[in-house]
Design a protein around this ligand. Sequence first.
Ligand SMILES: [Zn+2]
Ligand SMILES: [Zn+2]
Length: 333
Amino acid sequence: MLLDAPRRPLRLADAPTPEPGPGQILIQVNACGVCRTDLHVADGDLPDPKLPLVPGHEIVGTVAALGTGVSRFRAGDRVGVPWLGWTDGTCRYCRSGRENLCDEARFTGYDIDGGYAELTVADERFCFPLPEGYPDLQAAPLLCAGLIGYRALRMTGDAERLGIYGFGAAAHIITQVALHEGRRVFAFTRADDEESQSFARELGAEWAGDSMGPGPEELDAAIIFAPAGQLVPAALKATAKGGVVVCAGIHMSDIPSFSYDLLWGERVVRSVANLTREDGERFLALAPQVPVRTQVEAFDLENADAALERLRTGHIRGSAVILPGRPEEGTSK
Ligand SMILES: [Zn+2]
Ligand SMILES: [Zn+2]
């Protein structure tokens, strides 16, 4: 499925089999998660994507062929491909353990063709072996919603009372991890979004309610997954002194101005950008211990636009996942 230009529907196309270059692997895609970032790329919220582009950066697949010099994987291995697709390894960020901030980083399904396809290639150094016990469909959302959600959770330190704003794919995974770590979870959604609120309670949130109001008690930290800038002052208002508000999305509407009183008391507002390979290794080791269980809604490859539209309108419970196998192998939707 190709994005020819932002704000245009994806187009089903026949493309030649990609050739794995040195250090790259050719992957038969078994499943590819749909991330909110894919929506931001398709909607033109993020600048200068590769065009035409195969979106998708939560890829679960099987190694089909090896480029020269590949040493980590063999044909037939199951691999995961995340958002971080390449870094230069030489800039000041890469040299200080912050490759997520690399000036020259290239991202899967943005600068590099991704997983809304039957075949893709990836740099083996940025792929992950995946934990056994997760079928392909259930493993896909771990690769961005899980990894970047986990990085955001780490940024909250040891906060006990955790507010989660926006209850989509990342929230449904990170709630499980947070509870496993002994935290208490409060879910903030649109006031009338009873479906998301009941989903959050089912997953163990002790309260779910209106994101613009206060919770039942103060928060020690908040993570904002929804791309709505007005949530930043709302989350600050709900957070206790010394607490952090983590903005975990790649794109957000403008943050309205707010009184300094909301920040005063050593409150912190910060963003989380991308992931490091270390985040991935740590989270993929932790997920089966929790154990994180992902809830997914499956779509055939040619229905990728329908998956994006359901995500855009807030109708996905958990994660949407695309199954590029032939239709008779996949799940129709
Ligand atoms: Zn770098
Ligand atoms: Zn993502």
